[in-house]
Design a protein around this ligand. Sequence first.
Ligand code: S3P
Length: 440
Amino acid sequence: MSTGRLQFVTAAASPLRGRIRVPGDKSISHRAIMFASLADGVSRITGFLEGEDTLATAALFHAAAVEIYAPSAGERVVHGVGIDGLRGTDATLDCGNAGTAMRLLAGLLAAQPFDSTLTGDVSLSKRPMRRVIEPLASMGARIDAEGGLPPLHLRSGQRLLAIDYTLPVASAQVKSALLLAGLYAEGETIVREPHPTRDYTESMLRQFGVVIDYAPGHATLRGGQRLRACDIDVPADFSSAAFFLVAASIIPGSDLVLEAVGMNPRRTGLLATLRDMGADIRVEREAMQGGESVADLRVRHARLHGIEVPVTRVPDMIDEFPALFVAATAAEGDTIVRGAAELRVKESDRLATMSAALRALGARIDETDDGATVYGGTALTGGRVHAHGDHRIAMSSAIAGQLASAAVIIDDCDNVATSFPGFVELTTSIGFGLTARHIG
Ligand code: S3P
């Protein structure tokens, strides 16, 4: 097993207090770079996530002949080359840890007049790509991938035809890949979902002037359209805010405000779940920012109790289960999760890795094929856990460590930088007991 060199070490927290703004939304930042690159004209992005995943996407477009400037942190000025202006490169395109980059680019690059090869890191190289390759192939794309895993070899010069496709699993990444390919396809591409997923591709394409018809559960667009440059203001990432919603809920004496958090309903399932568990979270100062609703979230410590998470809510909190498991451990009673098999194919097998991490600290969890039962109310001990290179496992374990009776050592935390640069600095500024050290 390859192990990164960054290690976190926790100490008991002080009550979490203050007002903070977590980094920009990862999903929106990826798409903003992609669509601005494809647009005619100059777009300005603010609130951009300076994380390794989104920096990788920006570097890939730069390699495809798009000029991208960074006048200040969180700001990008993108000189779009137009839908037909990307240039091929002989170099392999490295998506790093980013599944969003690889899957969306599979759709976009399948339609280009040049060959491309997409690779990723150890974690991404294990993630299933057939879900995107098969529907793209039925549009006429030629993508080779041994065993359905990266690297993806995309063959140029294919004529794409629109399809009407129903996704077998709810996936915003696959939906987005098909819509991007659909921009280059002859006819009208229709994507239907078993459960609605985040609609950033649809809403942002519309902001870039594309005519797209969408509602929860389906999207339709006609090929041959061009994108018109526009400015994108990226809200704070709900998935990064999620760690603090959990931490402040379970650390006694906490009273914390998270500013300008993106509140897209396809992302905020954890908010509803924590409230069902008894959390004290208020939504304040609701506003619209760049076509997305945002709000300040005020969270205070509360006594949580276990619940059964509604299966229909799972896709709306798919990235938040590692953090939920920590809340469930601190809650009174049992929390039951079902219908979440997708967690097994994220940056790690999150049902396995999060269960193992919490068990190493004395928690009681039974894993099932598609979920888990977390038996709450166990006092956590110190111990050593492995994040398996998964940013959300590392950060969730750091929260668990705030309640542990002794230090928790968390190995393999390097990838926290993929989605949450400055995690240690921000958390310690409001009361976390957390240090990071490089080993080896
Ligand atoms: C994402 C979609 C989700 C999510 C991922 C980001 C996106 O994956 O887990 O972190 O930006 O479209 P799915 O494609 O499985 O929905």
